[in-house]
Design a protein around this ligand. Structure first.
Ligand code: ARG
Ligand code: ZN
Length: 468
């Protein structure tokens, strides 16, 4: 490592005792190297240390015929410690051509053994608190990756474009990112595709421009979100724009093959958002919408911020589930992946509420139906929703169903007024931020003034049917 003049000065001030600096482990207090992970035991390489991102400006150029993707990412961050080296997350099939840090060329590597670490050494060290503006040019043949549970994730190529779904680890398939859910940032995304295709991302639609047979779609997400909630979905879509009855502008995109089945459901957008706003508080974002793909092989839908993404025409409950995530998951986001109940349990419970509201089963009936399963029903009860043992099980059925049951049981124990007071207060306390399950259980105890230890142990942690 070349020791720059600034670093020599720093070393001079700190004294000779710190000369082990270049050989120090990534996390040692004296190290000037940003950590290669953000400390999530389920996804150890995900995210990085040493800086925080405020904003991503992404320009993506995609050729569906060859799957060739070229990107330019301008990342506005700041160093949280003195940095001589740091990582971004980017899969190695996206080949980096150049990296600039604060306007000067930086050296970089994409080590084979490290799977998704883009290791960057700026020409000069960046002091703690200083701006870290990183520009990365890259290109490659785009494709998805497989999650521990076998689902496709990331830039999922479809017959006419791509369904881009990043949860939990797909973002680095298509842009360099600090891919921890805890580093929320604003986004500007522009996607250039052949004329006739539509490219949909999050937040405000800022228009499109066409030249030389290619169209660039401009998007702007001005509220900070986690990277797993960003999309840049591309296809031959029918677009509908308008404003909900409560005044929220929306942009929806339908694959023509799913449009007829999807429209009656997606037309309830305003009604669903209004219902959840009454229960949970104001809708967290300035824009809304949906993207309905025709990509059934994906096998799941995703709560991409402001614009949930469906692999097929959703049924009413799946649609409500992804919209409820805008509050639980997108606005208040899990801290670690083991906290997944805060996302999925709450969204699934919201689904029960919506079902009750629309004259289907009541939430009480949903809970009774769940409880009718015997203790031997592993699919219903295991793993416990707040104790998934590993990354394979974060989207297990029990995280959703038993997870929803935990909330309905809490509602029946505390009464609806107290229960919804807790949910609304919780959302307010962690707005646009992250939280953990222990924070929620402590908060519920504090607001209700009740001892809920045993209740939460039975519903969230014990590896068995609750109270069996
Ligand atoms: N969060 C999505 C939902 O609302 C599920 C994502 C599943 N992703 C996966 N890789 N298995 O249900
Ligand atoms: Zn969900």
């Amino acid at each position: 490592m070349r020791t720059s003049r600034i670093l020599q000065t720093v070393l001079g001030v700190l004294g000779a005792g710190l000369l082990m600096i270049s050989g120090a482990p990534a996390d040692a207090g004296v190290s000037t190297v940003g950590a290669t992970g953000a400390g999530d035991p389920f996804f150890p390489r995900q995210g990085n240390g040493g800086y925080r991102v405020e904003h991503y400006n992404l320009a993506i150029d995609y050729h569906p015929a060859t799957h060739h993707l070229a990107g330019r990412a301008r990342i506005v961050a700041h160093a949280t410690k003195l940095l001589t080296r740091f990582d971004l997350d980017l899969r190695r099939f996206m080949h980096v051509q150049s990296v600039q840090v604060n306007g000067a060329p930086a050296t970089f590597a994409q080590p084979r053994a490290e799977v998704q670490e883009l290791v960057i050494s700026p020409a000069a060290p960046v002091a703690q608190g200083q701006p870290l503006v990183v520009t990365v040019l890259y290109a490659g043949t785009a494709h998805d990756i497989f999650d521990p549970d076998g689902s496709p994730d990331g830039f999922i190529v479809t017959r006419d474009g791509a369904m881009v779904a990043n949860e939990p680890q797909g973002a680095p398939t298509w842009f360099p990112v600090n891919d921890t859910p805890r580093d929320k940032a604003t986004y500007r995304v522009q996607v250039t595709v052949p004329r006739g295709l539509v490219a949909v991302s999050n937040g405000a639609f800022r228009g499109r421009t066409t030249s030389n047979g290619r169209t660039t779609w401009h998007w702007r997400m001005g509220t900070p979100i986690s990277s797993y909630l960003v999309t840049a979905t591309i296809g031959k879509f029918t677009v509908r724009q308008g404003t909900t009855t409560t005044g929220i502008p929306y942009f929806t995109a339908y694959d023509p093959a799913e449009q007829a089945a999807a429209m009656p459901v997606v037309h309830r957008l305003g009604a669903v958002l209004k219902f959840f706003s009454r229960k949970y508080g104001k809708y967290p974002y300035g824009w809304a919408g949906a993207i309905v793909e025709h990509a059934r092989f994906v096998g799941y839908a995703l709560e991409t911020a402001t614009r949930p993404l469906f692999d097929r025409a959703p049924d009413a409950l799946t649609f409500a589930h992804e919209l409820a995530h805008q509050w639980f998951g997108d606005d208040v986001t899990l801290r670690h992946w083991r906290d997944i109940w805060l996302n999925e349990g709450f969204a699934e419970f919201s689904d029960w509420l919506w079902d009750e509201h629309r004259g289907g089963l009541t939430a009480h009936q949903h809970l009774r139906r769940l409880l009718s399963h015997p203790p031997s029903a592993k699919y219903e009860w295991l793993p416990a929703p707040a104790a998934p043992p590993d990354s394979v099980h974060i989207f297990a059925n029990s995280v959703y169903e038993r997870g929803a049951g935990a909330l309905q049981a809490l509602r029946q124990k505390l009464g609806s007024p107290m229960f919804f007071r807790i949910l609304r207060g919780w959302l307010r306390a962690h707005r646009y931020s992250n939280a953990s399950v222990p924070q929620f259980t402590a908060y519920a105890q504090q607001v209700s003034g009740r001892n809920l230890h045993h209740f939460f142990y039975e519903w969230l942690y014990r590896p068995a049917k609750p109270f069996s």
